[in-house]
Design a protein around this ligand. Structure first.
Ligand SMILES: Cc1ncc(COP(=O)(O)O)c(C=O)c1O
Length: 425
């Protein structure tokens, strides 16, 4: 990969390159060609990079089992990657469950999550004979009971009382959380007893402490707490969830999947758990950096002495993270990576919201012009999957590149798609 000009290599997919002209390429395909063929905004995934990240983690953590948390990006094409790499799939809704099945993930490798699972979701999960259902609340047991579902192994998701240092919206391990059965007040214990007395098979204990976590220590603490519970309940399995953070900005650094995997593997050595019965469940760290989003610049508004606004053809509907969490991103002039990126500009979308900001202060070439391509890196997680149709913008297309060939895996929404649910439209 080497030097990518204005694009820091650690924020780019491994297949990224740059032509002498300064044009960004992914697996040798220029961004101009991608934009021409598939339009913009466009999510471009380097599929080989996703697979390489999975291999890195597997190498560091084996025989611990890897589950992909599909909420990060849940296309059927991604399920095919998961199936062919032999991973498990975490589904937190009917749609995520269906994506796995349609993508060929063996049902016995699907783990069903959710803090408020419906009868329909549980019934469907049971009809597929999924691998595990994760009990997040006593009501899950009530519903499984009512449905007469006894054959599927259960995990109990606990709130372990670990506060990870991350954004409050993605912190999930603390006691004050909508997720999981609290340990401190005995709820987890009661749920375990109730499950056993009612004849369910509890095979494991689960926790997920949050997302975008840069510090490894909370994962060590988690391994320790879950091991204690595992021992007390005499259940073989343990899952430490996901949550590893990724860098979004040039100056940010996060542990790699290999480092995280080795850390968790090492932490397990101090426990009696058989590593083959242990699971991890990352989402973001598997897909985030494997993807860039391409946008076309439509308007450049220079307000002397105040700011330069660069409006692109997408926005908060394809990347809601800046609005939701105040997340930072960077942007580059994708066809001119060797140009000096030295002028501060605010990259905004085309939505009717002043808050529709993609990059608060991007450094871009001073002579950036209308019609140019802009790329935002690290957009593979919680972008497409959290997107919306706000202002009735059609959702972008998603392209995956494997072995130097680009293919559309999710087509761009057309105008008619926007009206297909409307009665009488
Ligand atoms: C239960 C569970 N597991 C795994 C994940 C994946 O987290 P991340 O994408 O941060 O790895 C999430 C994310 O919210 C989650 O809720």
């Amino acid at each position: 990969m080497g030097d990518l000009g204005a694009l820091p290599a650690h924020l780019a997919p491994r297949g990224a390159g740059v032509l002498a002209s300064g044009e960004l390429t992914i697996q040798g395909i220029g961004v101009e060609e991608l934009a021409e063929r598939f339009g913009t905004p466009l999510f471009v995934y380097d599929e080989d990079d996703i697979r390489a990240r999975v291999h890195d983690l597997a190498h560091a953590i084996a025989p611990v089992q890897i589950t992909y948390a599909s909420k990060a990006f849940s296309a059927v094409a991604m399920a095919k990657v998961v199936a062919s790499e032999g991973l498990w799939w975490d589904a937190a809704s009917l749609g995520e469950l269906e994506a796995a099945v349609r993508g060929g993930v063996p049902p016995e490798r699907i783990i069903v999550h959710g803090n408020n699972k419906s009868f329909e979701e549980l019934e469907r999960a049971a009809s597929y004979s999924v691998g595990r259902i994760v009990v997040d609340a006593i009501e899950d047991l009530d519903r499984l009971d009512a449905l007469g579902v006894r054959q599927i192994p259960l995990w109990l998701r606990v709130a372990p009382g670990i506060e990870a240092h991350t954004h409050a919206f993605v912190r999930t391990g603390q006691v004050d959380s909508k997720f999981g059965l609290p340990i401190v007040d005995g709820t987890a214990e009661r749920a375990y007893r109730r499950a056993v007395e009612a004849g369910f098979t509890v095979t494991g204990v689960h926790a997920h402490i949050g997302s975008q976590i840069f510090d490894l220590a909370p994962f060590g603490e988690l391994v320790h707490r879950l091991s204690t519970l595992r021992h007390r309940w005499a259940v073989p399995e343990l899952c430490v969830g996901g949550g590893l953070g990724v860098p979004y900005l040039a100056q940010e650094r996060a542990p790699t999947l290999s480092e995280w995997g080795s850390y968790v593997r090492e932490a397990l050595r101090g426990t009696s758990a058989d590593p083959a019965d242990v699971f991890v469940e990352p989402g973001r760290a598997i897909v985030a950096s494997s993807c860039i989003t391409l946008y076309r610049v439509g308007v450049i508004k220079r307000i002397p002495g105040v700011r330069i606004y660069v409006a692109v053809d997408g926005g908060m509907s394809d990347n809601p993270r800046p609005v939701l969490y105040g997340s930072g991103y960077m942007a580059v002039a994708a066809s001119r990576l060797y140009a000096a990126h030295d002028t501060a500009m605010r990259v905004v979308g085309k939505h009717c919201e002043s808050g529709d900001v993609l990059v608060d202060e991007a450094l871009l070439p001073s002579d950036l012009s209308v019609g140019e391509l802009i790329a935002t890196p690290v957009t593979g997680a919680y972008g497409y999957s959290m997107g919306s149709n706000y202002n009735r913008l059609p959702r972008p297309a998603v392209v995956m590149i494997r072995g130097g060939r680009a293919r559309e895996v999710v087509r761009r929404e057309q105008l008619d798609d926007l009206f297909r649910l409307e009665v009488g439209a």
